[in-house]
Design a protein around this ligand. Structure first.
Ligand SMILES: [Ca+2]
Ligand SMILES: [Ca+2]
Ligand SMILES: [Ca+2]
Ligand SMILES: [Ca+2]
Length: 642
């Protein structure tokens, strides 16, 4: 990456200060008189977050270091803090709520997505693209990025040397990332599609599951920076004939072990798939295009039960998951839609109704999407579902749903009525617009921390032919920001919120995270046959926030499925820890809440995945990320390292 001279000086100064302070503890001087005279509590509010790990060292070693040297070290740290700006700092040059810039190339996230040919898509496998996962694989307190990749068609000349692979990027804590794919043992090629994150063996390290056309892969995190592919022995590789798309780790039977749900698109055989225009299913608006999904055999979805010995059992049949055959499914969003303490699964499906698998508490599921009002749009029409996300957009404590769809259609917003059913609020909420775009990844994310979850949507057409044939859509499309006004309505700010949204791409996967632990939500986007986008909002605002890192002890360690209800005197915020969502992607497992002007929380209640509810005393100060550990009943600062 290119650095400006100023950045180089800043990094040098930062490094020199760290070295000086560390040397104090490597070569300690004993001074009884000065013993215990300094004490920086871990997570002291005046310390910038990136130095809080270092403050722990102060505490442990202060007995042995002369006072004047410690003072100098402390002054240097504070001066450094004043000068060491957060990466991509917010500025008043742009009015809130948002000005998004794409910093992917500065951050070193430049890997090229490969999905067959670039400008002509002859087969549907070349068009659906891949997801993004955000996980802290090395547990250093800083979220890392995994970008799924596809590959080339048989006989096709690769656009780069070597076979394309997915990529893991380690967060360097300074706004940049390092590609650690090879070091992490993640070099393998194939038609990668979806990804989900979960610590399935509860060893404290997050594992990765990657779906695709061909066998799916389970990468066990070995805790030393490397992963081992174990899908076959774990029993979750599949047959290789189903084209796996969305996935989610979820403890559906609440036994403390994460189970695994996998959506399938079609039963696919590239060699037997007809060529563009070869049959009526391969013509769109009179133009010959790639074939599918209509005309291709569907494949049932899969549920694997975690047996706890590193192995899973396929329970698709007894659980009723495979009873929904006939859909072309893409993305899974887990949520407890009926608030009964048991996780349910919402699946967006292409050209067929969406599925809502209600958890019957006995290992079985029933598709209730039609009765619950989330299978179709308000006209009763099936839509071509791509991605989905869930949040409580209107602050009533109930989890709502949002789904992206094909072009010549709207996305769909479903408001949770609280009686087991939803109401399509797309048009009343101001979202019945932008019908040209074909939507994929979607996430509720409070982009300005005003307390109301906004919507980020990424788009891109499947047919490159739409450009030359002038069919009303474009292959590369802008991204959308629907800004939540806090009154049940959204305002489309897509055109006035920065080049990060308006520069057109054919986007697919989207995942969000507070990547730099500074309270702003970033977005990572996987673009088809193109380089990724990393969006940072650089419009400064005065709002407050809190991040919650939930740690299960008797429940699954990632606390996937835990529901948080947080209150201030005026507001209630609700969300759940979720693996797999958006389009074939997996977000940071930490929860993030914008608080607006609020700095005083009155309660934090967690319903853990095992069904037990626990109250945590709210932290004295907000604007930080805290740990909530099951059974501890009080929050502790999240340890982080500089
Ligand atoms: Ca990390
Ligand atoms: Ca693990
Ligand atoms: Ca389980
Ligand atoms: Ca439920």
């Amino acid at each position: 990456m290119q650095r400006t001279s100023l950045e180089r000086i800043r990094l040098w100064y930062h490094g020199a200060t760290r070295l000086y302070c560390r040397l104090l503890f490597v070569f300690p001087f004993r001074s009884e008189a000065e013993e215990s005279a300094i004490h920086f509590p871990l997570g002291a509010p005046f310390m910038p977050r990136s130095y809080r790990g270092m403050s722990g060292s102060f505490e442990r070693s202060s007995n042995h270091v002369p006072m004047h040297l410690l003072h100098l070290c402390a002054i240097l740290v504070l001066i450094t803090a004043a000068h060491a700006q957060q990466p991509y700092p917010p500025t008043t040059d742009h009015a809130p709520p948002a000005w998004f810039v794409d910093v992917a190339s500065k951050a070193g996230i430049t890997v090229l997505n490969v999905n067959g040919s670039v400008e002509a898509k002859h087969y549907i496998i070349e068009s659906t693209g891949s997801g993004v996962a955000i996980l802290d694989y090395d547990r250093d307190g800083w979220p890392d990025i995994f970008i799924v990749n596809g590959t080339t068609l048989p006989g096709e000349k690769p656009t780069q040397s070597g076979a394309p692979t997915s990529h893991l990027f380690h967060n360097n804590h300074d706004g940049t990332f390092t590609d650690v794919t090879a070091k992490a043992g993640l070099v393998s090629t194939g038609w990668g599609q979806g990804v989900c994150v979960g610590d399935y063996d509860n060893d404290g390290y997050d594992d990765l599951y990657v779906t695709g056309y061909g066998k799916n892969r389970l990468y066990h995190n070995q805790g030393n920076g490397t992963f081992k592919e174990v899908a076959e022995q774990a029993g979750v590789a599949g047959t290789g004939k189903e084209w796996g798309t969305g996935c989610a780790f979820v403890d559906y039977d609440r036994d403390g072990k994460l189970d695994l749900a996998v959506a399938n698109y079609v039963h696919f055989d590239l060699a037997a798939t007809p060529a563009p225009g070869q049959n009526p299913g391969c013509i769109w608006k009179g133009v010959p295009v790639m074939c599918g999904p209509r005309g291709l055999a569907s494949a049932p979805n899969i549920l694997y039960h975690n047996l706890g010995n590193g192995k899973f059992e396929d329970v698709s049949k007894p659980s009723g998951i495979q009873n929904t055959n006939g859909h072309y499914c893409f993305s899974i969003t887990t949520l407890d839609y009926n608030d009964d303490g048991w996780p349910d699964l919402y699946v967006a499906c292409d050209s067929t109704p969406a599925i809502l698998y209600r958890n019957n508490h006995n290992g079985a599921f029933t598709d209730v999407a039609a009765d619950a009002g989330v299978a179709f749009n308000e006209d009763g029409r099936e839509q071509a579902g791509m991605g989905s996300t869930s949040a409580d957009y209107d602050g009533d404590g109930r989890l709502d749903l949002f789904k992206t769809n094909f072009s010549d259609d709207t996305s769909t917003l479903y408001r949770n009525n609280g009686d087991g059913a939803y109401t399509d609020m797309t048009f009343p909420a101001g979202l019945g617009i932008n019908t040209d775009a074909l939507g994929w990844g979607a996430m509720f994310a409070d982009v300005d921390n005003d307390g109301w979850p906004d919507l980020l949507v990424v788009n891109g057409h499947v047919y490159p032919e739409v450009d030359s044939a002038k069919l009303g859509s474009t292959y590369r499309e802008p991204r959308f920001l629907y800004y939540n006004l806090g009154n049940g309505k959204f305002r489309d700010l897509s055109k006035t919120s920065g080049p990060g949204l308006t520069d057109p791409r054919s986007s697919r996967g989207l995942a969000t995270s507070d990547l730099f632990n500074d309270g702003r939500i970033e977005a990572v986007i996987n673009n088809l046959s193109d380089r990724p986008i990393l969006l940072v909002n650089v419009a400064k605002n005065q709002n407050h926030w809190i991040g919650l890192h939930l740690i299960g002890t008797t429940s699954n360690r990632d606390a996937i499925g835990a529901r948080v209800a947080m209150r201030s005197a005026k507001r209630l915020w609700v969300d759940e820890v979720r693996s797999g969502s958006s389009y074939n992607s997996s977000n940071d497992l930490r929860l993030h809440f914008g608080l607006g002007a609020e700095t005083h929380l009155t309660s934090i209640e967690v319903r853990w995945p095992n069904g037990e509810t626990e109250s945590f005393a709210p932290p004295a100060q907000v604007d930080r990320i805290i740990d909530l550990t099951e059974g501890k009943g009080h929050p502790t600062p999240t340890p982080q390292h500089p």
